[in-house]
Design a protein around this ligand. Structure first.
Ligand SMILES: NC(=O)c1ccc[n+]([C@@H]2O[C@H](COP(=O)([O-])OP(=O)(O)OC[C@H]3O[C@@H](n4cnc5c(N)ncnc54)[C@H](O)[C@@H]3O)[C@@H](O)[C@H]2O)c1
Length: 320
């Protein structure tokens, strides 16, 4: 069983929300080197403040799509394992659909070419539950049909297919992990690409109103970010993951109305909500079947939603 301890690991998108928590966890677990490649499209230096204090952490402000750059970094840092987390958030699909799609495909393309050339040994690739589209049955297992409703999700699905096909023809050492919605400290809180939880917390704090699209009955499965990070590391350490697609979620879904009500209650907001038109591309229902993660990885979410949302909102109250 491979152990992350002592390994030289590269994280694409390591200055982002999930990636920065992953870098921290890898350092804590004794990885020999943690190399972050992030072009800071949405990454933030404050996310990696703690990691930067370690002499086992190295930051490259670069584009992970660039084969030459990545090849040079991998050679210099003697990389064995890559966690691919770089992306541009789903909402980018509404502003620049082609780029939202292409970034996911190009990242996978570059990593597959690098693997083929022997630049590193193992890839843990981060896909997304959005690749499934709206639930045709629930909870959704990994055999659920792929039916993306946004270019972001189509890019994720295409990247998964590319990696799966490379796994078949080249016998490469890789696993695909499909997280459902994540929440926790450090999620992007600003602008049109902000996550729903931080965006709502900020609106309320700034005297604005929570925004709900459509009837608010669309559901998502929220997993605390540190549980996702644990699942990603387990996906490396448990070789049963290789060649597989594995969901990571809580196994329970919650409607946007319940989510917003909870945030309002905790923040003492009793005013009106702003109701906006339903976005036709919005997935209606997402709920993970996590039996495969339990079986192959020994994965079990540690944080309850009730505790996690309080910890998250307290964190946002502190930093915003
Ligand atoms: N947040 C969620 O709810 C969620 C759910 C399912 C899957 N995921 C997946 O998890 C991964 C991490 O998501 P996140 O929420 O942390 O996103 P994020 O936007 O916070 O982080 C992505 C990081 O990638 C960087 N980046 C973008 N393009 C890059 C490029 N070409 N080269 C180098 N860096 C680049 C950004 O600057 C950012 O720091 C993504 O692959 C995402 O699709 C996230």
């Amino acid at each position: 069983m491979p152990d992350i301890q002592g390994k030289h690991v590269l994280v694409t998108g390591g200055a982002g929300f999930i990636g920065s928590h992953l870098c921290d966890a890898l350092l804590e677990k004794g990885a020999g080197k943690v190399v972050c490649v992030d072009n800071f499209f949405l990454g933030k230096m404050e996310n990696i403040e703690d990691a930067l204090k370690s002499d086992r952490f190295q930051l490259y402000r670069d584009d992970a799509r660039n084969f030459g750059v990545m090849q040079a970094v991998m050679e210099k840092e003697d990389i064995e394992v890559v966690f691919n987390l770089a992306t541009i958030a789903l909402n980018y699909s509404f502003f620049n659909p082609l780029d939202a799609y292409m970034v996911n495909v190009s990242l996978a393309n570059t990593l597959m070419e690098l693997m083929k050339s022997g630049a590193f040994k193992t890839l843990i690739h981060t896909s997304s539950s959005e690749a499934y589209g709206t639930a045709k049955y629930s909870p959704m297992d990994e055999n659920h049909p792929i039916d993306p409703t946004t270019p972001y999700a189509a890019g994720k699905a295409a990247a998964d297919l590319m990696i799966q096909s490379f796994m078949k023809v080249l016998d490469i050492d890789a696993a695909i992990v499909r997280p459902f919605n994540n929440y926790g400290p450090r999620q992007n809180a600003e602008g049109p690409l902000a996550g729903i939880i931080p965006a709502t917390a900020i609106r309320i704090k700034d005297g604005g109103r929570p925004i709900v699209n459509g009837d608010g009955e669309q559901t998502r499965d929220f997993l605390y970010v540190k549980d996702t990070v644990w699942g990603l590391i387990m996906a490396y350490e448990q070789e049963a993951s290789r060649g597989q697609v594995i969901n990571l979620g809580s196994g329970k879904d919650i409607s946007m109305n319940s989510l917003l009500r909870g945030i309002c209650d905790y923040m003492g907001y009793t005013g009106e909500w702003e109701h906006r038109e339903e976005r036709t591309s919005d997935v209606k229902k997402l709920c993970a079947d996590i039996r495969k993660a339990r079986r192959l990885l020994g994965f079990e979410p540690q944080m309850t939603y009730e505790d996690g949302i309080i910890e998250t909102l307290d964190w946002y109250k502190g930093v915003l």
